[in-house]
Ligand binder design. Structure first.
Ligand code: GLU
Length: 485
């Protein structure tokens, strides 16, 4: 009898930034697969990277997935029989499993210092060979190990990889994938601070949460052979694996925020309907057949099979996305339209926040829409070169904006005092005059010289649209200067 009683799938995002369209894409395919077979769809938060994990990011992931209607059956907020669903709350479980492998001889303690490992790698680079751990501690005697432990020497736990032969697994989309064991390193499972690596935590959790199908992005395919070795070391039945093709920019590079927005929160703010984004993502790498592009997720469930996924590298084409959105917008009923405008655009909360800044700039209400368009718009209509202050070049502005937007990417508490602190610190760092940086930003963010106070305006316009407008201005300047220069 199989260990897996039913279809159970999961997404396992690391909460390290804005909720990514790639997460929604993988979530959609997992969701469809689970629901097609009456199975469960889990949300597990992989937050063992204590330096990078952020609770605001976790909250945004959940909000964005809910916005799309990708409701998980078990997760940190809903609980379930296999919790906790946040890896940082499961560290004792990983230590216990690491100990199991030490006992069974499938893993060993490695006491090598960072300096020694650096020296080994440097030597390997010099010799022109692939860098890998030289397995120095793999055959230490029990006495040496005990000695080191009693001296309080820190150690990591490493997996004893097979040294010869091949490891293989079946990918539901690609077929058999094989790798020579000699090309695999003795993977670290538990770090010296007692925290697990991705590999150990991921496999232990997938097993304990009875995940029957691991459906994830292609970028993890190189980890799967290590996972296969781990499953075997524990003596566990393996799930099925399917690696979805990565979403790409039009130039086929991996999608990145420098080329196009990748945050789900941006697309929500930009007025893309959830139904559009789901339908659009469903067309990435998979097709309904007969050139049908518009279909519901329920219809997708009926037809979906892994074998119909093509590996060509689906392009996340925002022009196409917008075109699809128009289709769904035009089909909205009167009620849907009214609800959308009230719940997404002229919301009560937004109007309350705007009130102190908008009334004093008007004498008649007929001015409301024109005066305040920049609080609601997406891209603003101006020529980049027109906003360049005297004494600065377009390249200066592009550099300033690109540097600042990276800082703002890390600012999750989007509040005017915090914005002020970050922007002033940045101004001092790059030694710009207040006038140059603040007036430029005002123009980039609001399109006007006479907007309400800058930091308050940035707070109100919101994190997504401010960052978008800054990147959009860099794009504008780049196009204008390359075609005119
Ligand atoms: N934490 C990994 C991620 O951020 C999970 C990959 C997987 O699904 O195994 O995508």
């Amino acid at each position: 009898m199989s260990y897996f009683e039913k279809v159970r799938v999961r997404i396992a995002p690391s909460p390290t930034g804005d909720p990514h369209v790639g997460t929604a894409y993988v979530a959609l395919f997992n969701y469809v697969y689970a629901k097609k077979y009456g199975g469960d769809f889990l949300l597990r938060i992989e937050d063992t990277d204590q330096v990078r994990a952020k609770s605001s990011s976790e909250a945004m992931i959940m909000k964005s997935l809910s916005w799309l209607g990708l409701q998980w059956d078990e997760g940190p907020d809903r609980g379930g029989p296999c919790g906790p669903y946040r890896q940082s709350e499961r560290t004792a479980i990983y230590r216990e499993h690491s100990d199991m492998l030490l006992k069974s001889g499938h893993a060993y303690r490695c006491f090598c210092s960072a300096e020694r490992l650096d020296a080994v790698r440097a030597k390997q680079r010099e010799a022109g060979v692939t860098t890998a751990y030289d397995r120095h501690c793999r055959e230490l005697s029990a006495a040496d190990v005990e000695g080191n432990i009693s001296k309080g020497q820190p150690f990591v736990t490493r997996l004893k990889m097979p040294v010869s032969g091949v490891t293989s697994f079946v990918d539901e989309i690609r077929g058999v994938v094989e790798i020579e064991n000699s090309r695999m390193d003795d993977q670290v499972l538990l770090k010296s601070d007692g925290y697990p690596t991705y590999h150990l935590a991921n496999v232990v959790d997938d097993h304990l949460m009875k995940i029957s199908h691991v459906i994830r992005a292609e970028e993890w395919i190189n980890s799967t052979p290590k996972h296969v070795v781990l499953y075997d070391a524990f003596g566990w039945e393996k799930p099925k694996f399917a690696h979805l093709p990565l979403l790409r920019n039009a130039d086929k590079s991996k999608i990145s925020k420098r080329k196009n927005p990748v945050a789900l929160t941006y697309y929500q703010r930009a007025g893309i309907l959830p139904v559009t984004l789901m339908n659009f993502l469903a067309n990435m790498g998979w097709s309904f057949g007969n050139d049908v592009e518009f279909f519901s997720i329920d219809d997708m469930m009926k037809k979906f099979e892994f074998k119909d996924i093509h590996l060509g590298g689906p392009v996340f084409d925002t022009v196409k996305l917008t075109w699809m959105n128009a289709h769904y917008m035009h089909k909205m009923s009167e009620d849907q339209f009214i609800r959308f405008v009230r719940e997404e655009i002229f919301t009560e909360d937004y109007l309350r926040a705007l009130k102190p800044f908008v009334l004093e700039r008007m004498t008649r209400f007929e001015q409301f829409v024109d005066n305040n368009a920049f609080f609601f718009n997406g891209t603003l209509d101006y020529r980049g070169v027109e906003i360049v202050p005297k004494g600065k070049t377009p390249a200066d502005i592009m550099g300033m904006l690109s540097g600042l937007v990276e800082r703002l990417d890390d600012l999750y508490e989007w509040e005017h005092e915090r914005l002020k602190a970050v922007i002033e610190a940045y101004k001092d760092e790059i030694a710009w005059k207040p006038k140059d940086i603040f007036m430029t930003l005002r123009l980039v963010v609001t399109g006007r010289k006479d907007s309400p106070p800058l930091f308050e305006s940035m707070e109100l316009i919101g994190r997504e649209m401010v960052r978008f407008r800054m990147r959009d201005c860099v794009q504008k300047l780049s196009t204008e200067t390359s075609t005119e220069g």
